[in-house]
Design a protein around this ligand. Structure first.
Ligand code: SAM
Length: 252
């Protein structure tokens, strides 16, 4: 029988892999992603201070004993608003230093797998490494099942029918902007709900979409919660949370 490692292929020394590890349930990794997690010399991951790191938690069942790891710990996350100059300078310096530490491993001939929750090219911190390293080193990006795909699947919500247009909106937008965008789309996903929950809920209600909106917290993960947004009291700023508004287009 062909083993997972044979199917997924080997990792090349000196190459950076951006590995999408899907929305939470380890069974949603692609074969290539699962194989690479086991094949690379070093598994690198971003993590919030004092926490295990979401991508690292997802791949825990796949890691080999004693496999080398590189933990890249954010100096700040949502303690300071992303628009604040302190946030931007601290994060920019952190990304520069992280890219330098990955570059040192790559120059040393190591294969490095930077794991990313969901898909690496979709609101992923991986992109800040890709931007700094892809000109000097070989890079392979492995697509992942996005968080939104995992969430609408678990919520049992077909999202786009016929000519429906889907908008993906960050919950960090100003309330009026959210209302405006929601009024001009058929279906919507509002990401980064976390600490923006109250604003997002108000915007959905003002856009007249509350009756269709579903709140999904930690979709496909162990402590997943799915409920109508209208029935949702304010949660305690859960990072992995989104609001889904399905389209109502042509059904044959
Ligand atoms: C920085 S973005 C990363 C997106 C990721 N690269 C992807 O492909 O889905 C983080 C946001 O994605 C959303 N998200 C990702 N996975 C999720 C999940 N399993 N359940 C709920 N929300 C999720 C949340 O809105 C969270 O604030």
């Amino acid at each position: 029988m062909t083993s997972l490692d044979d199917l997924a292929g080997a990792a090349r020394g000196g190459t950076l892999y951006g590995i999408g590890v899907g929305p939470g349930d380890v069974r949603y990794l692609t074969l290539r992603a699962a194989g690479l997690v086991r094949a690379v010399d070093v598994v690198a991951f971003f993590a919030k201070r004092g926490q295990i790191g979401n991508a690292r938690r997802i791949v825990a069942p796949l890691m080999k004993d004693g496999q080398a790891e590189a933990r890249l710990e954010y100096p700040v996350t949502d303690e300071i608003p992303a628009e604040h100059p302190d946030y931007q300078s601290q994060i920019a310096a952190f990304y520069r230093a992280s890219a330098e530490s990955l570059a040192a491993l790559l120059r040393d001939g190591k294969s490095v797998g930077l794991i990313a929750e969901g898909d690496p090219f979709f609101y992923g911190s991986f992109m800040h490494m890709w931007r700094r390293l892809a000109t000097d080193f070989p890079v392979e990006v492995v697509p992942g099942v996005t968080g939104m795909s995992g969430c609408w699947t678990r919520a049992n919500l077909p999202m786009t029918w016929g000519n429906d247009t889907l908008s993906v909106l960050p919950g960090t937008l100003a309330e009026d902007m959210l209302v405006e965008r929601l009024q001009h789309t058929d279906a919507a996903v509002v990401m980064k709900v976390g600490k923006n929950f109250a604003k997002v809920r108000r915007a959905v209600e003002r856009a007249g979409l509350l009756s269709r909106a579903v709140y999904v917290e930690r979709g496909t993960m162990q402590d997943e919660r799915i409920l109508a947004l209208a029935d949702c009291g304010e949660p305690a700023g859960v990072y992995f949370a989104m609001v889904l508004i399905p389209g109502e287009g042509r059904r044959l």
